[in-house]
Design a protein around this ligand. Structure first.
Ligand SMILES: [Zn+2]
Length: 181
């Protein structure tokens, strides 16, 4: 009888653990304008193009959306809160550094990343062939496997500011789990 009771207790404590490991999801969106005299950096990759994106850091729109998705999933605010564009510290900084800092914040708050899905939205140039290098950069910065990261790209069908080639946007979704402590 007492043995049965202890087994019940063990089962109950296991179900409590499972309940605490509920995945959390965060969304990120970013947009930057194209301009002359800047490099086009997406996912930490320099993509040859006549224009680059305007911004305080390297204006890596994909990594900024990813940072926001990760911070959002952990309810830790957004990229502007942690890396203000008024700070000289982040002027022209590689956004891979920001991504590594976001990983440190998540680790500090006992979260681990499950998977990331992203979409880059731009009319030109074609960027999908650079996605293996982008995935490698993101996987390295976040200590993930390439299979945990998805990068998609689409045009805006010629409509609006993205369709006219005036800017580039990115969407990201991150799934995270509380780490075992
Ligand atoms: Zn940005």
């Amino acid at each position: 009888m007492s043995g049965k009771t202890s087994r019940t207790v063990i089962r109950r404590s296991k179900s409590v653990d499972a309940g605490s490991a509920v995945p959390r999801v965060g969304i990120g969106y970013d947009v930057h304008a194209f301009t002359i005299g800047r490099k086009l950096i997406l996912g930490g990759v320099h993509i040859p193009y006549r224009l680059g994106l305007l911004g305080h850091s390297d204006a890596d729109v994909l990594l900024h959306a990813l940072c926001d998705a990760l911070l959002g999933a952990a309810a830790l605010g957004d990229i502007g809160k942690h890396f203000p564009d008024t700070s000289a510290k982040y002027k022209n900084v590689s956004s891979l550094r920001l991504l590594r800092n976001v990983r440190r914040l998540l680790t500090k708050h006992n979260f681990r990343i499950v998977n990331l899905d992203t979409t880059i939205i731009l009319q030109q140039p074609k960027v999908l062939r650079y996605s293996p290098q982008m995935i490698y950069n993101i996987a390295t910065a976040l200590a993930l496997k390439p299979g945990q990261i998805s990068i998609k790209a689409t045009t805006n069908e010629g409509i609006g500011f993205i369709g006219r080639g005036e800017g580039c946007a990115a969407l990201a979704i991150a799934t995270i789990l509380p780490s075992k402590t």
